[in-house]
Design a protein around this ligand. Sequence first.
Ligand code: ADP
Ligand code: MG
Length: 588
Amino acid sequence: MSRATIRWIAGPVLRATASGPFAMREAVRVGDQALLGEVVRIDGDEIVAQVYEDTTGLKPGALVVGDLEPLAIPLGPGLLGHIFDGLLRPLAGADALYVEPGTRSLSSETFTFVPRIERGATVRGGAILGELIAASGVAQKCLVPPDAEGEIVSIVDRGEYTQDAVLATLRTASGGERTVAMTQRWPVRRPRPVAARLPSTEPLVTGQRILDSMFPVARGGKAAIPGGFGTGKTVLLEALAKGCNADVIVYLGCGERGNEMAGVLDEFPKLDDPRTGRPLMERTVIIANTSNMPVAAREASIYSAVTVAEYFRDQGLHVALMADSTSRWAEALREVSGRFGELPGEGGYPAYLSSRLADFYERAALVEPLCGGVGSVTIIGAISPPSGDFSEPVTSHTKRYTKAFWALDVKRAQARFYPAIHPLQSYAEDAREFAPWWAAHGNDRWLASRWRFLTLLEDEARLERMARIIGKDALPVRQQLTLFCAGLVNDAFLRQSAFSANDRVCAPGRQAAMMRLLEKFFDLAEKAVAAGVAPADITQLACVRPVQRAGEDIADNQLARFDELHKRLDVEFAALTDKLGQVDASRR
Ligand code: ADP
Ligand code: MG
């Protein structure tokens, strides 16, 4: 074990004179409290390390001891249902956003191990050793670590074990022995290996219309949510955590203030899972690194979070990782870099900001795990650009690595139009890929409908500019109708309250039904206007209100009510054109 003596220390950064070899990125223990740190630079016999815990009281002369392994976190079944700091040390609930310095503990929770393989079998990384069943009944897989292989020389019997228990021993090809414990360590900055990365043509279903129907993100894809303060990033991430169709949720609160995090910490343990009726926490891992916690740990926390996500992906599960917010992470990177005395680049961020963001987002993927089957990690990162300026470095670099961009708009948020995602500033680069999926889920016209909605919204923006100059009433009737229809796209489709019982989550079938209903309305309205009906008469139709309110009023399991609305549209539009015919006849 190598040792070094601190020569200089400032906040989370120290320089120490080494008396033995250290490796780049090696984890270290610092001072009497054995604070966790990481070697970030080696200059001859001097090492530079960042420390992930509060260094108050640490002085030159204190000892730094090498860990012989890179910064790693414990991965095991006890992750689900719990709250951790950025280095995966357990936090004790909402009030105790605090960990004893030097802690490395796992909870004392026990799991029932059910072996699925026998002594004498030869296994490779990812092979299934057995199942781990929690007291709640939730079962997880126990896998041979990705980098291990050999013959099983011993495996424990079915029974209850603590998380640090050794469950099997392998004899490796070189004749050595390697133990496999229930909890395994993995270095946070190294992506976990997979059998194959797969192309993804299936969206992560979020239950949010503006996302699934307009700007979908792939399972295994990556999305960015940029938005100024108070535009709804946190509410949206929480809505996704509650409503998306992932098997496991990893929620990372990164550098947000303790009281904002407290909302998540307070609320999540009380939520029920709409899919199973059981507590949502049973399939959730929360990682909290609030603004009052050591800044270097925040830098590591996004890699810890994605490593946890990969751990579940490797069991053949679909995982969604929500990070709130990557801007606070980038600020930590900037602060630590400043302490190193590195030359600041754009916006004061170090030049490697972009490659570090890439390291994070590129770990999102749909994969064939080593154990077979399919698993995925989808990453959704919030960005809080200073003064809502999307040209700043974190937003612009993130755009290079994310395919879906969900831009939150201050004006929409101020108008309390939620989710405040701006349809003209947002995009989904691989939307076309999802047309077959939508066709299999009730909407074989999805691409065309989506295009029509987006075109209406584009036209609306253009016509509103024109209307400001010449007045709304001076617009030709067709254009007045366009404005009205675009209004319906906004109010009857894109708007969706996170606090409405029916509309909090909208299943794909209902999204498709709502799209079809609106298109029907647009078709009938266009025909009516072509036949001479005044747009003002269309806006007065009694059916407009129920169309606008369909999202709130009609639940996912009441799709037949859309058929009634279709009939109602037919009747009311027919009456309009009939009236027109009578007026014409009376004129003759
Ligand atoms: P940010 O994280 O971007 O600073 P928040 O997510 O905390 O913003 O949202 C600020 C406030 O806006 C919330 O407290 C809530 O009142 C309102 N809000 C945001 N999104 C929604 C939504 N989808 N439905 C209803 N209200 C919302
Ligand atoms: Mg927030």
